[in-house]
Design a protein around this ligand. Structure first.
Ligand code: PAF
Length: 288
């Protein structure tokens, strides 16, 4: 696996694939490192679909607020390289902040409405930081496909809107959330959890499962589903709920009636760690 840190070198390496004698399709898996099975599932999806796979590791300062965990975000570069190499990644792009942002940024990419909902409402500027860095990665790598996890459903909605609005010539591929046996969605931030917090954190996926079960059993009242989620989350000791909502999967607007597909999304602090999770409730499946 080749490791590249300079955006210029990365761009010419990727162009090499696209302009070779035989054009090769290129998949990009953007990450902030501290890799887990969720990330590896994205790499595998890219390897299945594309001739070449590029992964990036960059802990993006722009997407962290001043009181958030940028400084202590887990950085496990050596282990990450071993995993990516084992998975058959062709190039790892791992720029430093100075390489990615050599001068103070004058330009940002903002998706203000969608990016101000769910996580965007409580993490001011977060999705501006995400959209800006992902836009830079798209311009540098120019992939045919970019792979993201369903776990970050709000991020997916923001990036899909960005790709559509700015005419990026690539397809966003969304891969299913990977979970531990106890239901907890894989996240780099799970590393922060104590054993006891790890148990409390299971309330997030449990609350989603209860919504799925209730809908499968005929419940159609969004108000009831919302309050049952809140009840589940509040019953867990150290949890502080940020949001628990049923929303449109593309616009992230709260819904008052179930849609054919409704995104059920939750975010909560478990101790000092903020976790997110979600599921899609599919009325077609629920009624079949
Ligand atoms: O999902 C992430 O890890 C990050 O938000 C991303 C997409 C790599 C942008 O920094």
């Amino acid at each position: 696996m080749r490791i590249v840190t300079s955006p210029m070198e990365m761009r010419s390496a990727c162009r090499g694939y696209q302009r070779g004698v035989v054009e090769q399709s290129l998949g990009l898996v953007p990450t902030m490192g501290a890799l887990h099975e969720g990330h590896l599932s994205l790499v595998r999806a890219s390897r299945e679909r594309c001739d070449r796979t590029v992964a990036s590791i960059f802990v993006n300062p722009l997407q962290f607020g001043p009181t958030e965990d940028f400084a202590r975000y887990p950085r496990t570069f050596e282990e990450d390289c071993t995993l990516l190499e084992q998975e058959g990644v062709d190039i790892l792009f791992a720029p430093t902040p100075a390489e990615m942002y050599p001068t103070a940024m004058q330009t940002v990419v903002d998706v203000p409405e969608i990016g101000g909902r769910l996580d965007g409402a409580s993490r001011q500027g977060h999705f501006r930081g995400v959209a800006t860095v992902v836009s830079k990665l798209f311009n540098i790598v120019q992939p045919d496909y970019a792979f993201f996890g369903q776990k970050d459903a709000a991020q997916v909605a923001v990036l899909r809107a960005m790709v559509r609005d700015l005419n990026y010539g690539l397809e966003v591929v969304v891969c299913p959330t990977v979970r531990r046996n106890n239901g907890l969605a894989m996240s780099s931030r799970n590393r922060y959890l104590t054993e006891c917090e790890g148990r409390d954190a299971q309330a997030l996926s449990r609350s989603l499962r209860h919504v799925e079960d209730a809908v499968a059993n005929g419940e159609r009242s969004v108000a009831h589903l919302r309050s049952s989620m809140m009840g589940d989350l509040k019953s867990s000791g150290s949890l502080r709920v940020d949001y628990a909502d049923l929303v449109h999967p593309e616009t992230l607007e709260s819904v008052e009636e179930l849609l054919p597909e409704t995104l059920v999304a939750v975010a909560a602090w478990v101790g000092k760690t903020r976790l997110v999770d979600n599921c899609i409730v599919d009325l077609g499946e629920a009624t079949s």
